[in-house]
Ligand binder design. Structure first.
Ligand SMILES: Cc1ncc(COP(=O)(O)O)c(C=O)c1O
Length: 266
């Protein structure tokens, strides 16, 4: 792990990433030596820094540090915080961003998630609607932490997250695509959620195939109309949803040909 270029795991307790979650992060998959969609990750990182008005890191330095740490199969995590400050929220003009580049093992998921699909639950924890922060991968992930703590059984791979207006937004760690009336739809993330890189890649792919997905608000009440569904992120790729479970609701989904084609493409 490199912090501002130094090999260390130790950071000041005054860092605003720790004090306030004042920063952003990226998790990037490296498979067989190939860094997946690095340009898109670096673009989102720049956009997140611009949104929070944090001076972005020099891309050449980041790329050099990634090359220093990279393993053939790993997850590269980049974290940028606003740097140190005193106790209060006031941004100090001289604050210097902290740049953390780290390399982690690729997680191993049960193979049947990919082949047979996953079961998801409907989480009780709701995502707040905050248009100023929606889309970016900022460091405040308490809603995800609370939602992921709602279940402890391995048979449930992920949980669907609604916002406070009863819209489906994403899952605890992935974006969501649903087939409704033979049309792929994915939630509009202008109020909540992370605009994932894998979501972006899937959207581009579907558009190139001549079957563009519709980005819109999706009310939870539309779940009974869903014919097929999948979740995606940069590390685990695409998993189709086989079953949605909830205390007042249960639904089984199948794989349609359009979904099979997508799973094969990624
Ligand atoms: C809450 C949430 N939504 C969506 C995503 C998907 O993002 P990406 O495709 O960039 O990995 C993630 C990734 O970790 C996430 O944690």
């Amino acid at each position: 792990m490199l912090i501002n270029g130094q090999a260390t795991k130790t950071l000041s307790a005054l860092d605003r990433g720790l004090q306030f979650g004042d920063g952003i992060f990226e998790t990037i998959a490296v498979k067989d030596g190939h860094i997946a969609a690095l340009d898109l990750h670096l673009q989102r990182l720049q956009h997140g820094c611009a949104t929070l008005r944090i001076t972005p890191p020099d891309t050449t330095i980041l790329q050099r540090e990634i090359q220093q740490l990279i393993q053939p199969n790993c997850v590269i995590k980049i974290t940028i915080t606003r740097g140190n400050s005193q106790r209060g929220y006031t941004v100090e003009a001289q604050s210097k961003p902290t740049r953390i580049v780290a390399c982690f093992p690729l997680p191993i998921f049960p193979a049947h998630y990919r082949t047979a699909g996953i079961t998801v639950r409907l989480c009780e924890t709701r995502l707040a609607r905050q248009p100023q922060l929606a889309g970016i991968k900022h460091l405040n992930r308490l809603e995800n932490v609370l939602a992921r703590a709602e279940w402890h059984t391995a048979d449930i791979a992920d949980g669907l997250l609604l916002d406070t207006a009863d819209n489906l937004i994403e899952t605890t760690a992935r974006n969501l695509f649903l087939a409704i009336n033979h049309q792929w739809v994915t939630p509009d993330l202008r109020h909540a959620g992370i605009a994932g890189i894998m979501r972006q890649r899937v959207l581009t792919h579907l558009a190139e195939q001549g079957t563009p997905a519709v980005i819109r608000d999706i009310a939870v009440s539309e779940l009974p109309q869903v014919d097929a569904a999948f979740v995606c992120n940069s590390i685990s790729g695409l998993w189709h949803i086989r079953r949605i479970v909830d205390k007042n609701y249960g639904k089984s989904l199948s794989i349609n040909p359009a979904l099979r084609a997508l799973l094969n493409a990624f």
